[in-house]
Design a protein around this ligand. Structure first.
Ligand SMILES: [Zn+2]
Length: 123
């Protein structure tokens, strides 16, 4: 795991937990196993996070203004969040709390991100 972007690392951890909770509850997998479908989804979600242009500036994926997920993956993400979101609060309250705080961060458009980066490089 990289320490370069703690924000992304945390988001990955949250998604990883959510997918596991979902797979156990919905697909009946045991322990830390994931079914093929969920394994594929998780790999996809991690890949999207690695490519996310916002990185530390990121709000949560659910609020992001850039819809980078494919439609079918987005549907799956919604289902997983809806199922696992409330359950995560009991299982991993600290992680869930971070997620709530991160979600309060105003999502930026790509243009705002660019402006912000330019500003930072001039100061
Ligand atoms: Zn599954």
């Amino acid at each position: 795991m990289t320490t370069k972007h703690p924000r992304i690392t945390r988001e990955k951890k949250t998604i990883d937990k959510m997918v596991h909770v979902y797979c156990r509850g919905k697909h009946g997998t045991k322990g830390n196993q994931l079914c093929d479908d969920c394994t594929e989804f998780l790999a996809y979600a991690f890949m999207r996070l690695d490519k996310c242009p916002f990185q530390e500036e990121k709000s949560t994926c659910g609020k992001c203004l850039v819809h980078c997920y494919q439609p079918d993956m987005k549907e799956k993400a919604k289902k997983i969040m809806r199922y696992s979101g409330p359950r995560l609060i009991y299982r991993s309250p600290i992680l869930a709390l971070h997620h709530v705080f991160d979600g309060r961060k105003k999502p930026l458009t790509l243009k705002e991100l660019k402006d912000k980066k330019q500003k930072n490089s001039h100061t």
